[in-house]
Design a protein around this ligand. Structure first.
Ligand SMILES: N[C@@H](CCC(=O)N[C@@H](CS)C(=O)NCC(=O)O)C(=O)O
Length: 170
């Protein structure tokens, strides 16, 4: 049986999206919790020498880094429900919105949670604007990927909603 290990962080939305994908595909894995802010393990640094961050998926001893790259690897490696849509245009749209989530929404929400005063108010406004754009893409659909469950979105959207609630972003 293939050996699958995930080096991740407990509170990380990136970890959750990978775990959702592994569970959807029915892949058994070992979760290795990294203490990313105090002391990264020598194994994490060995497997991700470029970014020195979680997440790393170790498949039969071979490391794959970056959560979106990992998701696509999982989709291509294991049978089971598709994570990405089959249609090339739909795939491109999913990649576009994932980039928007990772590069716009999450940093704004993180800032809204971690700042104070004027800076926090500005971050809340920005996060609210981005979340509204994101919500608009749902337009009556069940999941962000349409009828197909896209593991990237439910995972990250849940984390995003929690972060927004924590910062009282309406
Ligand atoms: N683009 C990366 C983001 C990874 C990331 O930001 N990891 C954070 C935890 S959520 C981390 O390891 N931070 C530790 C550091 O920056 O040193 C991915 O999608 O995997």
């Amino acid at each position: 049986m293939a050996e699958v290990k995930l080096f991740g962080g407990w509170g990380s939305p990136f970890s959750r999206r990978i775990e959702v994908a592994l569970k959807l595909k029915g892949v058994e894995y070992e979760f290795i919790e990294e203490d990313i802010y105090k002391k990264k393990s020598p194994l994490l640094l060995k497997y991700n020498p470029v970014h020195k961050k979680v997440h790393v998926l170790l498949h039969n001893g071979k490391p794959i880094c970056e959560s979106v790259v990992i998701l696509e690897y999982i989709d291509e490696t294991w049978e089971g429900p598709s994570i990405l849509p089959k249609d090339p245009y739909e795939r491109a749209m999913v990649r576009f919105w994932v980039k928007f989530l990772d590069e716009k929404c999450l940093p704004a929400m993180w800032q809204a949670c971690c700042s104070i005063g004027e800076e926090q108010e500005k971050a809340k406004e920005e996060a609210t604007e981005f979340l509204k754009i994101l919500e608009g893409t749902l337009s009556g659909k069940k999941f962000f990927g349409g009828d197909i469950l896209d593991a990237r979105f439910p995972a990250i959207a849940a984390a995003a909603a929690a972060a927004a609630a924590a910062a009282s972003v309406k």
